[in-house]
Design a protein. Structure first.
Length: 136
């Protein structure tokens, strides 16, 4: 299992070691369950798998959406895993709208790095996302 993790670690990516461990946990959950379940099932499986990979997390975290410093709403993100925001999907393929939504949540959360994980495809789909507005 440890050698699997290293396949996901890329030094050029921010927080690569941590995202590598998250991806390894997600791969394990996807291998065990396969595609075809609703999102909540994969969330529960990932919640069981993350501690196995030595990761602390919070599930279903509410974040404030701000406009010019004023709160205009709240959104729920699936996981905050230490310093990484994680969104889960269970569909045939990741669509552009999923990436746009996850980037918006990432910006609102203030985190630098996000993962969009789709468990609905035959193979786990992974998108690493960076909050470019984090530099402010």
């Amino acid at each position: 299992m440890g050698e699997n993790k290293t396949n996901y670690v890329k030094p050029e990516y921010p927080l690569s070691e941590m995202t590598g461990r998250i991806i390894a946990a997600a791969q394990q959950a996807h291998q065990q369950l396969g595609p075809g379940y609703e999102e909540r099932i994969y969330q529960r499986a990932l919640a069981l798998e993350l501690p196995v990979h030595g990761l602390d997390f919070s599930r279903e975290v509410w974040i404030d959406v701000l406009y010019k410093g004023q709160k205009v709403g709240r959104k729920r993100v699936d996981f905050i895993v230490e310093e990484v925001m994680v969104e889960i999907k269970a569909k045939a393929a990741i669509a552009d709208v999923d990436v746009i939504q996850t980037l918006s949540y990432l910006k609102a959360s203030g985190f630098q790095v996000g993962l969009l994980l789709n468990f609905g495809a035959k193979s786990l789909e992974i998108k690493r996302l960076i909050n470019t507005s984090k530099k402010e």
